[in-house]
Design a protein around this ligand. Sequence first.
Ligand SMILES: Cc1ncc(COP(=O)(O)O)c(C=O)c1O
Length: 385
Amino acid sequence: MSMAVTFDGAPEQGTINFSVGQPSADLLPLALLRGASERFFASAQPLELNYGERQGDPRFRAALAAFLSEKGGSPGSTQSLMLTAGISQALDFVCSRFTRPGDTVFVEEPSYPYSFQIFRDHGLKIVDIPLDGNGMDMEQCERKLAEHRPKLLYTIPAYNNPTGQTLSRERRERLVALSRKHGFIIAADEVYQLLHHGTPPPASFGTMAGHGNVLSLGSFSKILAPGLRLGWIQTNAELMGILTASGVLVSGGNFNHFTSHVVRQLIENGELAPFVAHLRSSYAARAEAMDTALHTHLDGIATWQKPQGGYFFWLKLPADTDAEGLQAAARATGTGFLSGTACSTAGGLKNHLRLSFAHYKVPDIHDGIGRLGRALRAAQGKAFA
Ligand SMILES: Cc1ncc(COP(=O)(O)O)c(C=O)c1O
């Protein structure tokens, strides 16, 4: 008997729940990975199943460096890259290598909710820096640097989760200069860097790894499949030395050696770039559909900016609205969203909500936003009174 595949946060049957920030089944590349696995096993040598190098298989890193130079505007060298088990694991690892409980981390407000939990796991004090529509507000950042001495600054510079905002090249350079001046490390979560819907974002922080205390964190979760648990860190020799001196790596080798063999087949075979191009156009069409549907069903109720990449719309409701209080109404019409407060370290942003367009095809997006519109209009009398 085959059982239905499930996952944490899966939508209830029959609902169209826009809180799910994971790809839909049709965008998960089963056939590509099957082919890559078969090619790997057809030519593999037994020693490939040993631990391998701490930094990750050098052939993989060479293939990734070439891919990033071409596609990500990030001329990485094999030595500047280490493999990870994805950005979540990399963030945890970075905290363990560079921080001690009681240290301070700067994060954007709003930001990726699960990152907060990782920072709290390490006993870090979180200080938030607001976004101003163009990414991190640099004036505020400098003001807070006068008051705090952070060890880490966590940013999602391209298509921030949840707002979709992107940091300009000028601000990136300013941030790198500040990292040198104040001695903190930039942990740039570039998970959506390659998922632009039109014009690409500024070059990744990986391109500036030689200019300051920069860790550029990348992942295959959004450009291939989250279940692979494979990602990378791009950085300079000094920070790489601290990362690779970790006891976990000395003992166990790199975090996800075997998967990297399979994914390398796919990169070397030239299959990754067209797949990412396919994802870009699929997500661009979904974002377009969501924007259109929102105009049809939520004009006058919410305001938003259409994102230029990534997975999310960030909606603003009237100031006195508590989005969390609208969840029940949304559930009643068979839809859902992530409340803005989840994306705030201090429990703010109550009148915001995040919608992901990654998990549904265009017709479902129209249907789901229609349901959301009905829910919010039904609640409007009470909630917006
Ligand atoms: C901003 C951000 N960072 C990290 C992750 C998770 O990355 P990974 O699957 O590589 O751990 C996500 C997934 O939603 C994300 O949105």
